[in-house]
Each structure stands twice: as structure tokens, then as C-alpha cells.
Design a protein around this ligand. Structure first.
Ligand code: GLA
Length: 722
């Protein structure tokens, strides 16, 4: 619900348990008033502290600059005296600075689309659009806030319109800024590396700013466009949490800093480095949205809010609530060494075991027999697929399986026919040979003919055979972001235009092939972000499929993403990323907290492993509706205790729950582990491994899980209301 109190000039956004409040203050500046636990009154303008502020411009024009540096500005601009982190930097005629004042607002139910950008959607929400203006520049800023009524989330974005007569250069357009009371916050973020994505880390917030960022042209392995401000001692169940998550797949920054008056300013948006957007008179620029989530009950509630929001208000794919086919991918099975016979031999064994789809990974096109050639030449290599693609697909389908295929559409190999014809299609700076990564270059997505070529290449393959699934990969970050197509004063647009191009292509793809199951991927999980979820209902989580490493990667990923979107496979041992050997059963149980599939040569794995596959698939299918739609609770973390991991999914009606327990390290001579379940109904009686307990007892007395024999052992425990 969104209300405007005419008397107090207070705009108040309410979700079920949180309020976000703004006020129109002196000189029509839009101020931030409050964000946190739901408030029941609008008499709140005193929280902007203008009465006690001796620098208020209406009374003291001689200190306007001082006022700017203390007022809790809702959308602060740089250049005129607010020396804290700005949200907007605009340059006109070479001079940098803007001053935005409130003009009007409009409240309506529902939410508009963000043109060309991924965004949350749905009916259970209200939106307010607030128009601010700088009448010297002729610049309008339209701030948009959506308050959801079924979940404690607020979506926030900004649109800029040049209504003046001169071009404006946008040098920084962040999507959100919140000036908050300092509650002695800590800063939780997700860091990583290739094969080690999204590990959780917490540091204190101080006067020296704390920030996360990516300049890689993608959200990245190393950082993630998410942070949370948490009060000290915050746990899964206690403490206040403010989550900030950016619905975007390119360069970003998220920053928090304490200031001289003891409040903190938190900002998030497109990274201003390598960014300048030229806005001609009459043009608009839309910045992507940030999802703010407040929880007064610890991290767990924030997690479940993001899960519900993304399941109900972000993912659009018709696959969203459907069980995805259990797939087998040939990457770790064969790498580049395969032909149609090899793939069919895998498919035959796989179909016998109950696997439902074969995915042909990298190496099927051009003359790609290693990672040093052919990106851009999306024609089937008939030396490998001797009877052609359609023939292979039909054979796979005769086995009762679906067929999926891998692409890396944003890239070009110098060793390709495409590069011979169009070297200028690769991003590069004038007079400088562009740097290679994995021996490949990035295509210039600001060129319309490149987008057209890429789309038609992918679509032609999909039109040529019955293909049910696409894995869209991206195996290097951007660099040398220069375009021989764009004029000099638009070179600063390339990183953002690349992301817009990816969105445009994926939008076209899911429109032309509405039933296609699209999985995004980037060298494992380097483009795992909410932006991609708008196009694909699942994202490959990591190239690291080791069951132990996955516990930490999946814990960080599950912190903000529903299990149904997390690409997770069982692979062979010794694991290709770590060399670790874990039981096949444990690998299966860990992968069941995701989309589930196999990534191994089923014709070569030990017989006893192969025999487990039908049972694993049956278990996965049995619990899929629960895992896909249930509420997730983190009960113990191997990352923290270095011994075991435990999480639980509870059905929305609280009648069924599944506890996953993984004992990484065996310990001799210890008591059983006592695990306190969560989210059950207090008075309901549940059956657990043949014994009966009330929900109250399981949650407060605890469930005893005896130690398991050996390292890397895992167990699924069903909790069923009787
Ligand atoms: C990336 C992906 C892998 C695989 C390879 C193919 O690393 O994450 O799963 O598709 O590319 O080159």
C-alpha cells in the first residue's frame, strides 16, 4: 500500500511488515525519512530533522552547501555540495552538477515494465512515480518505487529524461540511495572466484566506505550485486537485515559509508567507471531496479522474502513451476572429444537410467576441437556430427529423451570465419590489439548488425531441429571496450549496451521459442544475477561440482536465490575441480538442492554408481514440488562449523519438510547432532524416521541426528505431518 499525507507531505510505502517513508521538505527537496519495521502513523516529517537544521535554505541561504551535506536526500546529486556518495552525476557543457526538486507524484496499482530491462512484475503491488526536476538543465528524474503486498520487498528504479535543448552526459546513474540511521551495521556480501562463487563474508561498516563492485562487464565470479546491512549479532532468526540486490547483469557498485552525523548512506547501481551516457534532447535513460528487502527477524526471513519475490514476481518462463527434465551434459564426460556416436552411447545408457534430456555442450560447431577457435561460426561440424544435427536429435528423441545445446553467442574467436570477414565486429580500442581471454574476443553489441547476426545464428540452429534447451554461456569478461561503430562521445555506453544487447537477444529468443528451457551460464556462475532470471528460470551455479565445495557455493547462492533456479549436477570422481572423492549418494543429495542433473560419462562410471541413478531420480522427483516451492531454512553451516551442513525446506502448508544433513568430517566419540528445525507448525504432530514429535518439540527440543560413519556422508530426512 502507498499513501500520501497532504498535510505532512509524507509518502509512505507499506509491505506486510515494513515501511519505507519519504517526505517533501523545505524548497521541495525530497528527503528520506525512514526504512524498517512497519510504522502505523504518517506524522513522521520530524525524522528529516529540518526543524533542528540551522542550514535550511528557506531560512539561511548563506549555508545552502552545508545543508546539502547533511540533509537525507532521497536521490542525491553530485557537484553542488552533498559530499557523500552521490546517486547522479550529470555533465552539461562540460560542467558537472544537478539539483533535483520535487514536482509531482502519481500512485497507481500494479507495476510498469522497464523497457529493455529485466524487472519484477505482478499484481500484488502498488507503485509511486515521483517526478523531480532540475529546471536549469531541463532534466527530469522519475523515481519509481513498487511496494509488494505479498512480500516485504520494494523495487526501486530511476528514469531520466532530457527535456532541455542541449545534450546531457550522464556520468553516474545509480538506482538506489538510502540514508539510514546507523545501527552499528555490518556489511554482508558474496565474494568468490572461478569454481568458488558466492561465499559469504561479513565486515563492519565504518567511516571508511565499504563497497562491492564489478568492472568485468558481467556480475562476475568475484563479486555479486548484493549486500545486506545487518545489525551486530544478527543470526538466521534474530536481528535486523536490509538487503540490496541489483536486477542487472553488468558493471555494478554497491557502497555503504558512515558519515559525520552518524548516519549511513547506502547506494547501488551501474558502476560509474567506464560509463558515460549521452542523452540527447527528448531522450530517456532507464536505470535497472534494485530490490530492497527488510527483515526484522534475521537473515532467514530476508532469504525467504527474496525467494518468494523471485519465484512469484521475476521469473517469467513457463518452466518456472514445472519440473525440469533431468539432464545429462557431456562437458565433463568428453570435453571437446566427442562425435555423434559417443553422444548416442551416453544417451542410450542415460535413458535406461531414467535421465530425460541430453545436453550437447561446447565443441559441436566450426572446427572447434579445443577452446581456441570457431566462436561465431555457429554451423554444425559434420565431421563430428556425421549425419547432421537433426539426425542426432531424432536419434536422441527416439530414446525418449529431449535434446539441449550449448552456445556462447557474445563471443568471437580470432580463428573463425566470422573474424576473417568482420574483424571490426570485435570490441577493441583504436590502434591497440585487443587482449585475449580463453583465446577469444567479445563482439561489439552496440552494432545492430552484430545483434542480428548473432540472433539469426542461434535461431537458425533452433529452427533446424527439435531442441528443447539452450545453455547460454559467456566465458570471458569484457575489456578493450571500444567500438568502431559508435561515435567518440558514445564510447562510454559500451558496457551497458552490451548488457542491453544480451537482454534484447534473450527476449527475442524466449518470444520466438516460448517453450525453450533457457539456462544462463558464465564460466560456471559468473552471471548468476536476478537480471538473468527474468529470461531464464535457471542458471548454472558453478563449474565446481565437488559436493563439499558446493555446500559453501550453494549456501551463499541460496541466501538470495530460490533452489529451483540453481543449476546443480552430479559429476564423476575424483572431482575435476578439486580431485576430491565423495560418495555418489552424497553428490546426488547435494545436487538435489538445485535443478538436478548429471555431468559425467555414464558409460564409464562404476557400475554401483550407475545403479544408484534411477533411485536418485525417483527421490528428486518425489521432493521436487517441495524443494521448488517451499520455504527454505538454513539450520547449520559447514562454512562456519567446518564439520557439517544442514538445511531444510518446508511446504507452504507446513505439512511436509525435508532436512538435508551432510557430514563433511567424521568425528569419533561424540554425541549425536542436535538440530533445531524451523518453520513447522507448533501443535502439529510430525513423523520422522518412524517416530512422532510435535512441531514444537522438533523446533525447540530439537531432532537428534546420529553421527554417520565416514567423511562426506549425507542424509535426507523427511518430516511428515500425521
Ligand atoms: C563454461 C561452462 C562449462 C562448459 C564450458 C564449455 O566453463 O561453465 O559448463 O559449458 O564453458 O566451454
Amino acid at each position: 500500500m502507498i499513501t500520501f499525507d497532504e498535510k505532512t507531505k509524507i509518502l509512505k510505502l507499506d509491505t506486510p511488515e515494513s515501511s519505507y517513508v519519504m517526505g517533501i521538505a523545505d524548497n521541495n527537496y525530497l528527503g528520506h525519512v525512514y526504512y524498517g519495521k512497519k510504522l502505523n502513523d504518517t506524522n513522521l516529517s520530524y525524522l528529516m530533522r529540518t526543524e533542528e537544521n540551522p542550514f535550511v535554505p528557506s531560512e539561511n541561504l548563506r549555508e545552502k552547501v552545508t545543508f546539502f551535506d547533511s540533509f537525507p536526500m532521497e536521490y542525491p546529486c553530485g557537484g553542488l555540495g552533498d559530499y557523500r556518495e552521490s546517486a547522479l552525476l550529470v555533465s552539461s557543457g562540460g560542467q558537472e552538477g544537478a539539483e533535483l526538486s520535487y514536482v509531482s507524484h502519481e500512485i497507481f496499482s500494479g507495476k510498469k515494465e522497464l523497457k529493455g530491462l529485466p524487472a519484477t512484475w505482478g499484481d500484488n503491488c502498488d507503485t509511486v512515480e515521483i517526478t523531480l526536476e532540475d529546471n536549469v538543465l531541463g532534466l527530469k528524474a522519475i523515481l519509481s518505487y513498487t511496494a509488494f503486498s505479498d512480500t516485504d520487498a520494494i523495487a526501486r528504479s530511476v528514469k531520466l529524461v532530457n527535456e532541455g535543448s542541449e545534450p546531457l552526459y550522464l556520468k553516474k546513474v545509480l538506482s538506489a540511495c538510502v540514508d539510514m540511521d546507523d545501527k552499528d551495521f555490518e556489511f554482508l556480501s558474496l565474494f568468490g572466484s572461478w569454481a568458488r562463487e558466492r561465499h559469504m563474508e561479513t565486515v563492519p561498516v565504518g567511516h571508511a566506505g565499504t563497497y562491492i563492485e564489478s568492472l568485468r562487464g558481467e556480475s562476475g565470479h568475484q563479486e555479486h550485486p548484493f549486500f545486506a546491512l545487518t545489525t551486530k549479532g544478527c543470526s538466521q532468526t534474530n536481528g535486523e537485515v536490509y538487503g540490496f540486490h541489483f536486477v542487472y547483469s553488468g558493471n555494478f557498485v554497491g557502497k555503504v559509508q558512515k558519515n559525520q552525523f552518524g548516519s549511513v548512506r547506502a547506494v547501488m547501481g551501474i558502476h560509474p567507471e567506464h560509463f558515460t551516457w549521452k542523452l540527447e534532447p527528448g531522450e530517456e535513460f532507464a536505470a535497472p531496479e534494485v530490490i530492497l528487502v527488510y527483515s526484522g527477524e534475521g537473515l532467514g526471513k530476508m532469504t525467504r522474502t527474496y525467494h518468494d519475490l523471485y519465484r512469484n514476481h521475476l521469473i517469467r518462463s513457463p518452466w518456472k513451476d514445472k519440473k525440469r527434465p533431468v539432464l545429462i551434459n557431456n562437458w565433463e564426460a568428453t570435453y571437446f572429444e566427442f562425435d555423434d556416436e559417443k553422444l548416442l552411447s551416453i544417451a542410450k545408457e542415460a535413458s535406461k537410467a531414467g535421465i530425460e534430456m541430453l545436453v550437447m555442450d561446447d565443441g559441436w560447431f566450426g572446427h572447434r576441437n579445443s577452446d581456441n577457435s570457431s566462436l561465431g561460426d555457429w554451423q554444425v561440424n559434420e565431421n563430428k556430427l556425421k549425419g547432421g544435427l537433426e539426425n542426432l536429435v531424432e536419434h536422441v528423441r527416439e530414446l525418449g529423451m529431449e535434446f539441449g545445446i550449448w552456445f556462447e553467442p557474445e563471443m568471437i574467436s580470432p580463428d573463425s570465419e566470422l573474424y576473417c570477414k568482420h574483424p571490426e565486429w570485435a570490441l577493441q580500442f583504436k590502434g591497440r590489439a585487443p587482449g585475449l581471454a580463453r583465446e577469444q574476443l567479445v563482439l561489439d553489441f552496440s552494432r545492430p548488425e552484430v545483434l542480428e547476426y548473432v540472433y539469426e545464428s542461434v535461431a537458425a540452429i533452433l529452427r533446424s531441429a527439435h531442441i528443447s534447451y539452450v545453455k547460454w554461456d559467456m566465458n570471458r569478461p569484457l575489456a578493450d571496450a571500444g567500438s568502431s561503430y559508435l561515435p567518440e562521445d558514445r564510447q562510454g555506453e559500451i558496457y551497458h549496451r552490451h548488457v542491453l544487447g544480451v537482454y534484447e537477444l534473450q527476449e527475442r529468443l524466449v518470444r520466438e521459442f516460448p517453450n525453450l528451457l533457457l539456462e544462463n551460464c558464465s564460466g560456471g556462475g559468473a552471471r548468476f544475477d536476478p537480471g538473468m532470471l527474468y529470461y531464464s528460470p535457471q542458471i548454472w551455479c558453478s563449474d565446481d561440482t565437488d559436493a563439499v565445495e558446493r555446500l559453501m557455493i550453494q549456501e551463499g547462492t541460496q541466501l538470495i536465490y530460490p533452489l529451483s533456479v540453481i543449476g546443480a549436477h552430479v559429476s564423476d570422481c575424483p572431482n575435476h575441480a578439486t580431485g576430491r572423492v565423495t560418495p555418489f549418494e552424497t553428490r546426488g543429495i547435494v545436487a538435489m538442492a538445485g535443478t538436478f542433473g548429471y555431468e559425467l560419462d555414464i558409460t564409464k562410471i562404476p557400475q554401483e554408481d550407475r545403479e544408484q541413478i534411477p533411485g536418485q531420480i525417483e527421490t528428486f522427483k518425489k521432493y521436487y514440488p517441495l524443494v521448488n516451492a517451499g520455504d527454505y531454512y538454513r539450520l547449520a553451516s559447514y562454512r562456519e562449523n567446518h564439520i557439517y551442513d544442514c538445511y531444510q525446506v518446508v511446504s507452504k502448508d507446513k505439512k511436509q519438510a525435508l532436512v538435508t544433513f551432510v557430514q563433511v568430517m567424521a568425528e569419533p566419540n561424540i554425541h549425536s547432532r542436535k538440530i533445531y528445525l524451523q518453520g513447522l507448525s507448533e501443535d502439529t504432530v510430525y513423523e520422522v524416521e518412524g517416530k512422532r514429535y510435535t512441531g514444537n518439540v522438533l523446533m525447540h527440543g530439537g531432532l537428534l541426528i546420529p553421527g554417520l560413519w565416514g567423511d562426506y556422508q549425507a542424509k535426507l530426512i523427511e518430516v511428515l505431518a500425521v
